[in-house]
Design a protein around this ligand. Structure first.
Ligand code: TPP
Ligand code: SF4
Length: 238
């Protein structure tokens, strides 16, 4: 049998980042690439990207990549998996794509226990379009579309906890943070292993968006530490 064309997904020369300086996405994508390479699954891994800053993920790996409309990454990931059962499917979306426009397809995939891995990036806003209110925005959070602060709800959406009510008991559901890369990698690895065992897996990752938060480096870390107090990291269903 011939050698796979790309045995690793990260063995390319580094490229200039398309993300804003200080963005959390680079941390998530690097951790994910390292996990894929450590698990030696690159030749059969397909990356599915949503619309949002997450779509820039297509440019950083030696992996086949597919893309869809905003919010449709879960059904896209599931459809590909059903057609190619030996693939390892990793879908990535923002909190807007996953918990607003894409919530229905996402929850039903969890309920059906489709064997895919979804990564949901929680930066508390719609990032690519300029920082509008998302389901994960905090009470009183000032965003581009809530200049007087988010006042209509008294709590944000807690994605993995919500999913637990819908998911099969064998699903893996967890929340990580870009402030703790070893734990992030551990959770991504566990999630992919669970998919390979035939079950749904989901990791929400708390991430920085300094551009739309309008924060400097110190404030970005402080904001993320505050998020960790509200959105508790850990395994929600293991
Ligand atoms: C069907 C549809 N509705 C709206 C948009 C406009 N749109 C593009 S990106 C985006 C929000 C992105 O925010 P999020 O999903 O949280 O991802 P992030 O940029 O934070 O990664 C929206 C509303 C679109 N592209 N398609
Ligand atoms: S807008 Fe925010 S999430 Fe998007 S690349 Fe810039 S810092 Fe990152």
């Amino acid at each position: 049998m011939s050698e796979p064309r790309y045995p690793n997904c990260l063995n390319q020369k580094s490229k200039p980042s398309n993300f804003c300086p200080g963005c959390g996405y680079g941390i998530i994508l690097k951790a994910l690439g390292q996990v894929i390479d450590e698990m030696e699954i690159a030749p059969r891994t397909v990356m599915a990207v949503d619309i949002g800053c997450n779509l820039l993920a297509w440019d950083y790996y030696k992996l086949d990549t597919i893309q869809t409309h905003h919010g449709r990454v879960t059904p896209l990931t599931v459809g590909y998996k059903r057609a190619k059962k030996d693939s390892v499917m990793i879908g990535i979306a923002g909190d807007g794509g996953l918990y607003a426009i894409g919530l229905q397809g996402f929850l039903h995939a969890a309920h059906r226990d489709d064997a895919v891995t979804i990564i949901g990036v929680n930066n508390t806003i719609y990032a690519m379009t300029g920082g509008q209110l998302a389901p994960t925005s905090l009470p009183y959070q000032v965003t581009d579309s809530s200049p007087d602060g988010k006042f209509t709800y008294d709590k944000p959406v807690f994605g993995p906890e919500l999913t637990k009510d819908w998911a099969n008991s064998q699903a893996y559901l967890a929340r990580a943070s870009v402030l703790n890369v070893p734990e992030l990698k551990q959770m991504l690895k566990k999630a992919i292993e669970r998919q390979i065992e035939g079950h749904f897996s989901f990791v929400e990752v708390l991430s920085f968006c300094p551009t739309n938060w309008k924060t400097d480096a110190k404030e970005t870390i402080e904001m993320t530490e505050n998020l960790e107090k509200i959105f508790k990291t850990g395994v929600i269903n293991g």
